[in-house]
Ligand binder design. Structure first.
Ligand code: C2E
Ligand code: MG
Ligand code: MG
Length: 455
C-alpha cells in the first residue's frame, strides 16, 4: 500500500515539477514535435487530395508544409527550440495567409474560413515567445491578428484565376471554423493553467522562507588524494506537496520576482553559521564552503557590507567562505563589479567563477578580475573522454588557471576515467557524483570525517 502511495506521489511530483523549470524545455520540445506532426499530416493529406484534383499550386503549398515540418523537427532535435518556433510560425503564417487570400476567396454564397487559423496562431505565438524579446512576443501575435482582420474584411483576390470553386470550399467551412476555434480554446486553457501554476509556485516560494521549507545541502569538494577540502552549498526546497524541488525549478522564478534577495541572504547566513560551527571542530575547521551568488544579489549596493557583517557576526575566517559568481553577471558595469570583488578579496573572502566556459567572458576580463578560482563547467567534463574539443577546452582552462595563478575545480566528475584525465592534466580539485551528491548536513559531516587525513 505504502509502495503504491509513494509511486502515485512520485508521478504527482513529476507532474507538478513539470510545470516550470527544466521540464518546461522538454514540454516546449514536445509541443513543437506535436505541431510539426500535425503539419506533416495536414500537408500530406491535403497534398494528396488536391493532387487528385490536379490543383498543383495548392499541392505546392502543401509541400511547403511538409518540408517546413521536417525543418522544425530537425531544429528541435538539435535543441534549437527558438529557431524551430520561428520557422514553425513563419511557415504556418505564410501558408494560411496565401491559402486564405488566393484560394479561399469569399462570395455571397460561401464565406472565407481559412483565416480563422490565424487566431490560434496569434495565441500560440504569445505562448511560445513569452520569454523572448518584446518584438518577437508581440510582433508575431499582432501580425497574425492584423492579417486576420484584413482577410476578414476583403473579398478581392490578387490572383482571381486561382480561387477554388464554391463546392470545394463549402464542405470545409464549418470544419475549418470549428477546428480553428477548438485549437484556440485549447491554447487559452493551457495559458490559463500556466498562469495559475506559476502564481501558485510564486505564492508558495514567498512562504517558503517563513515556513522554513528551504534547506542547504552540501556537495563535497575533494583534492587529488581523495580528501575533502570543502563543500558547495546547494539549495533544496522541501515543499509540502511537491516534495523536494531542485534549484533549477525555482531559482529563475526567484530571480524574476526579486525573492532571490531574501533567499540569497538566508543562504549566506546559514553558510556562515555552519562555518562558525566547524571552526571549533578540529576535523572540520579546514573546510571551505562555497555559496552561489545570483546576479541581482551581487548588484545590490550593500552586497559587500551584507557579507562582511555576517563574517563579523559569526566570527569566521573569511577565506573559508567562497562566493561563486557566474559569467553572466560580468556583462554589465565592470567597474562596479571589480570594485565589489576587490573589497571582498581585501577582506579575505574567496571568489570563484562558476560554470566557466559557458558564458561570454573574454580572457581579458578574467585577467582583470580578482578571482581565486575557476570552476570548469560540467558540460565540458561530461564528454572530456570522447570529445576532443571538450578535452582541449578542459586542458586550456587548466593551463589558464596555472598561468593566472588560479585554483581550478572540475565540476560534474562522474567517472573514474574523467577524474584520471583531469589529474593527468594537472587538475587538483574535484566535485561530482563520482564522490558524492549534495548531502544533508549530518551526512556531509560523516562523509567529511571519513575523508579527512588522520590527525
Ligand atoms: P551550480 O552552482 O553549477 O551547481 C552544480 C550543480 O551540478 C548542482 O545542481 C549539483 O547537484 C550538480 N552536480 C554536481 N555534481 C554533478 C555530477 O557529477 N553530475 C551532474 N549531472 N550534476 C552534478 P543543483 O543543486 O540542482 O543546482 C543547480 C544550480 O542552481 C546551481 O548550479 C546553481 O547555479 C543554482 N543554485 C543552487 N543553489 C543556489 C543558491 O543558493 N543560490 C543561487 N543563486 N543559486 C543556486
Ligand atoms: Mg555553483
Ligand atoms: Mg557550476
Amino acid at each position: 500500500m505504502g509502495h503504491k502511495a509513494s509511486f502515485i506521489n512520485r508521478i504527482r511530483q513529476f507532474w507538478l515539477a513539470s510545470e516550470l523549470g527544466i521540464m518546461q524545455r522538454r514540454r516546449e520540445r514536445r509541443m513543437l514535435l506535436l505541431a510539426s506532426f500535425v503539419m506533416l499530416l495536414m500537408g500530406s493529406g491535403w497534398g494528396i487530395f488536391f493532387g487528385a484534383k490536379q490543383q498543383w499550386s495548392l499541392v505546392g503549398l502543401d509541400l511547403v508544409l511538409v518540408v517546413g515540418a521536417l525543418i522544425v523537427v530537425f531544429l528541435t532535435r538539435r535543441d534549437q527550440v527558438r529557431n524551430a518556433s520561428i520557422a514553425l510560425f513563419g511557415i504556418l503564417f505564410f501558408v494560411v495567409s496565401v491559402i486564405a487570400l488566393v484560394f479561399d476567396v469569399p462570395n455571397a454564397q460561401v464565406p472565407r474560413s481559412t483565416h480563422f487559423y490565424l487566431l490560434p496562431l496569434a495565441a500560440a505565438a504569445l505562448l511560445a515567445f513569452r520569454a523572448d524579446s518584446f518584438w518577437l512576443r508581440h510582433g508575431v501575435a499582432l501580425l497574425c491578428l492584423l492579417a486576420f482582420g484584413l482577410l476578414a474584411g476583403t473579398q478581392e483576390s490578387p490572383l482571381p484565376g486561382y480561387a477554388l470553386s464554391d463546392t470545394v470550399r463549402m464542405g470545409g467551412v464549418w470544419v475549418q471554423i470549428a477546428a480553428a476555434l477548438l485549437t484556440l480554446y485549447a491554447l487559452l486553457h493551457i495559458m490559463q493553467n500556466e498562469v495559475a501554476s506559476r502564481t501558485e509556485l510564486e505564492d508558495d516560494l514567498r512562504l517558503a522562507l517563513k515556513q522554513k521549507e528551504l534547506q542547504l545541502h552540501y556537495q563535497p569538494q575533494l583534492n587529488a588524494d581523495g580528501l575533502v577540502i570543502g563543500a558547495e552549498a546547494l539549495l533544496r526546497w522541501v515543499h509540502p506537496r511537491r516534495g523536494t524541488v531542485m534549484p533549477g525549478q525555482f531559482i529563475e522564478l526567484a530571480e524574476q520576482t526579486g525573492l532571490i534577495l531574501p533567499i540569497g541572504l538566508w543562504v549566506l547566513q546559514v553558510a556562515c553559521a555552519q562555518l562558525s560551527v566547524w571552526k571549533d571542530q578540529s576535523r572540520m575547521r579546514h573546510l571551505r564552503l562555497a555559496v552561489n551568488i545570483s546576479p541581482s544579489q551581487f548588484k545590490q549596493i550593500d552586497f559587500v557590507p551584507q557579507v562582511l557583517t555576517l563574517i563579523d557576526r559569526y566570527k569566521i575566517d573569511a577565506s573559508r567562505l567562497e562566493l561563486e559568481l557566474t559569467e553572466t553577471m560580468l556583462v554589465h558595469d565592470m567597474a562596479d563589479i571589480i570594485e565589489k570583488m576587490s573589497a571582498l578579496r581585501a577582506s579575505g573572502v574567496s571568489l570563484s567563477l562558476d560554470d566557466f566556459g559557458t558564458g561570454y567572458s573574454s580572457l581579458n576580463y578574467i585577467k582583470r578580475l580578482p578571482l581565486n578560482c575557476l570552476k570548469i563547467d560540467q558540460s565540458f567534463v561530461r564528454d572530456v573522454i570522447g570529445n576532443p574539443s571538450d578535452a582541449a577546452i578542459v586542458r586550456m582552462v587548466l593551463a589558464l588557471g596555472q598561468s593566472l595563478n588560479l585554483e581550478v575545480v572540475a565540476e560534474g566528475v562522474e567517472t573514474e576515467g574523467q577524474r584520471q584525465f583531469l589529474v593527468d592534466n594537472g587538475c587538483a580539485q574535484f566535485q561530482g557524483y563520482l564522490f558524492s551528491r549534495a548531502l544533508p548536513i549530518n551526512d556531509f559531516q560523516d562523509y567529511a570525517r571519513r575523508h579527512t587525513a588522520p590527525a
